[in-house]
Write a protein that binds this ligand. Sequence first.
Ligand SMILES: [Zn+2]
Length: 80
Amino acid sequence: MRTFEHFPQPTHPNQKPCPLCGTHDDKPCVLVQVDGTERDRICEAQPVHVACFTELDVARYRRDMGVIYLWCKEESRCRR
Ligand SMILES: [Zn+2]
């Protein structure tokens, strides 16, 4: 994954915050492909802070499905 030094700021109405922490904090980020949006080898991507992958305890491994997923702040049922 390519790392970007700055997180996109909310100057555009469609620019959503980091789904893991819910902020636009100006920290390094990566672009994560949005599942189900791929069309003609192009897809939507969501910026996510690099630090949020490791600093927040939001990762889970689903052994039976072979996937690793992360709980997003806005959709989390488990409040920290
Ligand atoms: Zn974040």
